[in-house]
Design a protein around this ligand. Structure first.
Ligand SMILES: Cc1cc2nc3c(=O)[nH]c(=O)nc-3n(C[C@H](O)[C@H](O)[C@H](O)COP(=O)(O)OP(=O)(O)OC[C@H]3O[C@@H](n4cnc5c(N)ncnc54)[C@H](O)[C@@H]3O)c2cc1C
Length: 384
């Protein structure tokens, strides 16, 4: 078997890369996506489906603004409605430190024309009457530019379009080995089948570090398991995504009416631990949600699940290749909990780079070499 490009991983990142590359090259049959389980099995079908433009690092902010525009165009590009809505994010600052962080980040946001609206407490409770009043709340900050997309629609839309363009997608087909000869990629092996190729893009999210260890690539991505829950649906009231950093809580309502949300305990298991949920997490989430949302104690949680955040040391993603890697090897991942919003656009930017050989300015800061070159992009706006 032969493929000009092998993509390891069928999450949102691998699928977007495949679709965009097939679009540019016009020969989708040359592109092969290998997924060890089913498409979206990793974090891509386990997330909250939210996007935002507001990041602490200016390069991430610029990337996210462009990524949100790309998300908006997905329905047209894939032919499947991604249920894109800009219903906003509402940050609740209930301690001095969160307040000061949001206030000072707002000068950067204003520079990029995506300001947050600061809302004093009285107005906050008038505008969002379902929020439980808490004396410690200093202000709300509303970002109308942010919103939601539906993970299923995005994944299956990308799959549908990629297949239409001829991309070969193999599920339940883990890539076991990448063969290197004379410092060049020559093949990938999946389920014992050798696939000759000149180019492999590793896009397997939380599995990237362990997968690339045998190749000695030293990609610093650490999986951190995150839990999440959904309640039974009720009439739609809560349109923004609400983030309360002092309660370590986020929640919102889906279009169907369920409350989807999570809390962090601060001791989330690291590494490729089994997916699962703990009673302590569920109890803490229910207690914190009840503190923030009126009537929450009456809600029934119908499902809990977990997935990995794929964390890099600076909480920003990795794109491209190190100059020390064998020719033909590339990586795209480490989105540190932001991959659903940034991944589709990152797939497009990476496809353009592979097709033209020219790296866009947007991609330059995300080199895997930045860690050893002291050029980290320290991102402080991580939710969950
Ligand atoms: C609870 C939770 C909530 C989140 N909420 C949001 C959110 O609201 N917004 C947002 O932007 N992001 C969110 N995220 C993060 C987001 O889901 C991820 O960053 C994103 O899905 C990563 O996509 P990916 O394609 O890089 O990785 P994945 O989706 O994990 O895909 C990698 C794939 O590679 C496959 N694989 C692994 N090894 C191999 C191999 N050897 N061969 C072939 N295939 C292999 C895996 O099976 C997996 O399907 C959340 C994550 C979690 C866990």
């Amino acid at each position: 078997m032969e493929c000009s490009t092998v993509i390891v991983g069928g999450g949102v990142v691998g699928l977007s890369l495949a679709m965009n590359l097939a679009n540019l090259e016009g020969r989708g049959e040359d592109i092969c996506v290998f997924e060890s389980k089913y498409l979206g099995y990793g974090s891509s079908l386990r997330n909250a489906g939210r996007f935002r433009v507001h990041f602490g690092d200016e390069r991430n902010l610029e990337f996210a603004i462009k990524a949100s525009e790309y998300l908006e165009s997905l329905t047209k590009l894939t032919g499947m409605n991604s249920l894109f809505t800009r219903t906003g994010y509402l940050w609740i600052a209930s301690d001095e430190s969160s307040y000061n962080t949001l206030k000072s980040a707002n000068s950067l946001f204003k520079k990029w024309n995506v300001p947050l609206e600061e809302i004093p407490p009285e107005e906050l409770y008038r505008k969002y009457p379902y929020l439980r009043k808490r004396d410690e709340v200093i202000a709300g900050f509303f970002g109308k530019q942010n919103g939601s997309i539906h993970p299923d629609s995005v994944i299956f839309g990308l799959e549908k379009k990629a297949r239409k363009l001829g991309v070969r997608i193999a599920e339940y087909s883990p890539v076991e080995t990448i063969e290197i000869r004379n410092d060049k990629v020559v093949s990938a092996i999946s389920r014992g089948v050798k696939v000759s190729t000149e180019r492999v893009v590793i896009a397997n999210g939380a599995w990237m570090k362990s997968f690339s260890e045998a190749l000695g690539l030293g990609i610093p991505i650490e999986p951190v398991r995150k839990e999440i829950a959904i309640t039974e649906p009720f009439s739609f009231e809560i349109s923004p995504f609400i983030v309360d950093s002092s309660l370590h809580l986020y929640f919102s309502q889906t279009l169907k009416g369920e409350i989807i949300g999570s809390t962090t305990l601060g001791n989330e298991p690291r590494g490729l631990v089994e997916f699962g949920n703990s009673f302590l997490w569920l109890k803490t989430y229910a207690q914190r949600l009840s503190k923030a949302l009126k009537g929450a104690s009456m809600l029934r949680i119908i499902r809990t699940w977990s997935g990995y955040y794929e964390m890099t040391p600076d909480r920003s993603h990795i794109m491209g290749r190190s100059k020390d890697w064998p020719e033909g090897l590339y990586a795209l991942g480490g989105f540190s909990g932001h991959g659903f919003m940034l991944g589709p656009f990152a797939g497009k930017v990476m496809a353009e780079y592979l097709f033209t050989g020219k790296m866009s300015n947007l991609m330059v800061p995300y080199s895997p070499d930045r860690f050893k070159e002291g050029k980290k992009l320290e991102e402080t706006f991580v939710i969950g």
